[in-house]
Design a protein around this ligand. Structure first.
Ligand code: FCB
Length: 446
């Protein structure tokens, strides 16, 4: 298939970069931060490649000013980061950690001085361990804990931060945390998964309500990982596995948030946990929807798995990045169109990028990946998708969850021994794109 033509993006199209707290901040035991479920998971043997942890990560907690300087050189208009709930509320509720709140004051002020709009995500997977011990997302009380945490953060930063996201990738942390043991807290149980889905939805709705009250001029959205789910083969078993995985992956959050209903199989399964009035709490008007996209997922029947679905392999000869994620820009075009049509709200691509284990600074492979995906996004826009901005994952090489430090997603290389930062070829290329709204020739930017 020939590549779509080079799009020209308008001057108002937003170019940004994304990170998350646990993946970059480090300073895990500093200035009163409490432990999160990921601190706990990293200490369980075999859960993270090479025993990696977020204890130091990129040490962004201390080097944020340098990182803002690098963002300024990139010329990006916006930076998406997350607040670490256990840094500001070490036990998840109750006692407030002023030093933790001060850190995000410094970060936000620095961004604003650099002319970079802060996009604040409230939850990127680091639930305070103390709340997990009270049942975490399996407890209906979690919606109230989240609303209180949202109120604290909104009161503190709402004067400066106008772009708010409730959660990052609802599907990933609920499925991998409560149905498949690939993320914290590593539970594998249908009821736990269903409760987590529903309570996170309630937390989202309540959080939106708090933001509307406390930051009336806020632009509020939520961030979803959306990928087409395809059966590995055409057998009825694989087709059924793909249908259920598609519900759990793509529909059980955005549908209730924006359409006010669960998809069919989940609506039935959720009956024991949903109460009268819940859907009205969950379904709150949103200003935008964030799409994180990497590549299609292939499903296969796996009778031993919690829900009978497992991860299959790509059907055809689709090339993939090192962690097995397929490179399929046209799936990105399709996803953006589908989401834009289904939900009818403006879309921001809040993550897209590729991992590379080699650590190459001349990362031409990443440039080619981004070029292909951004062309596909331009094509989706020409076909009617209402996409308003694009955030690359990620600003910096960082702690990649279960893969630890074995793969690198950054535009900027981080030496994890010395913590030195070195902009890669992709950083110069992305800076040229952010300046002009036009895709530079791969290899000649910088
Ligand atoms: C997404 C996560 C992000 C990062 C990228 C590679 O699923 O939101 O934190 O790990 O994948």
């Amino acid at each position: 298939m020939s590549a779509p033509p080079k799009p020209q993006f308008s001057a108002s199209f937003l170019w940004g970069a994304s990170t998350s707290a646990y993946q970059i901040e480090g300073a895990a035991q500093e200035d009163g931060r409490g432990p999160s479920i990921w601190d706990t998971r990293c200490r369980i043997e075999g859960k993270v490649a090479d025993g990696g942890t977020g204890d130091v990560a990129c040490d962004h907690y201390h080097r944020y000013a340098e990182d803002i300087g690098l963002m300024r050189e990139l010329g990006i208009g916006a930076y998406r980061f997350s607040v670490a709930w256990p840094r500001v509320l070490p036990f998840g509720r109750g006692e407030v950690n002023e030093k933790g709140l001060d850190f995000y004051d410094r970060l936000i002020d620095g961004l604003m001085e650099a002319g970079i709009e802060p996009w604040l995500c409230l939850y990127h997977w680091d639930l305070p361990q103390a709340l997990h011990e009270l049942g975490g997302w399996m407890s209906r009380d979690s919606a109230g804990w989240f609303a209180d945490y949202t109120a604290l953060v909104a009161r503190r930063y709402g004067d400066r931060v106008k772009r708010w996201a409730t959660f990052n990738e609802f599907n990933v942390f609920t499925m991998f945390g409560y149905a498949i043991d690939w993320a914290a807290p590593g539970i594998t149980d249908r009821a736990a998964h269903l409760k987590a889905i529903h309570h996170v939805n309630l937390a989202h709705g309540d959080g939106v309500g708090v933001l509307r009250t406390l930051v009336p001029d806020a632009s509020v959205g939520a961030i979803h990982n959306v990928q087409p789910v395809l059966p590995e083969t055409d057998t009825p078993e694989d087709v059924a596995a793909a249908a259920l995985l598609d519900e759990h992956w793509n529909l059980v959050f955005a549908d209730p948030h924006l359409l006010g209903r669960y998809p069919p199989q989940t609506a039935i399964a959720m009956e024991p946990y949903a109460q009268a009035g819940d859907m009205a709490r969950i379904c709150q008007p949103l200003d935008w929807l964030g799409v994180n996209h990497y590549g299609p997922i292939f499903a296969r029947a796996d009778p031993a798995a919690t829900w009978g679905y497992g991860w299959g392999s790509a059907r055809d000869d689709v090339p993939s990045v090192d962690i097995g994620w397929t490179i399929h820009p046209d799936a990105f075009r399709q996803t953006l169109l589908a989401v834009s049509r289904r939900y009818g709200v403006p879309v921001y691509v809040t993550e897209n990028g590729c991992g590379d284990p080699t650590g190459a600074i001349d990362d031409i492979g990443r440039v080619l990946f981004l070029d292909a995906y951004i062309r596909a996004m331009g094509q989706a826009m020409d076909e009617g998708a209402d996409v308003r901005g694009y955030f690359v994952w990620s600003l910096l090489d960082n702690f990649e969850w279960g893969a630890g430090y074995t793969t690198r997603f950054g535009l900027i290389y981080v030496d994890f021994e010395t913590l030195e930062r070195i902009p890669k070829t992709s950083a110069g290329w992305y800076a040229a794109l952010a300046r002009s709204g036009r895709l530079p020739e791969p290899g000649r930017a910088g």
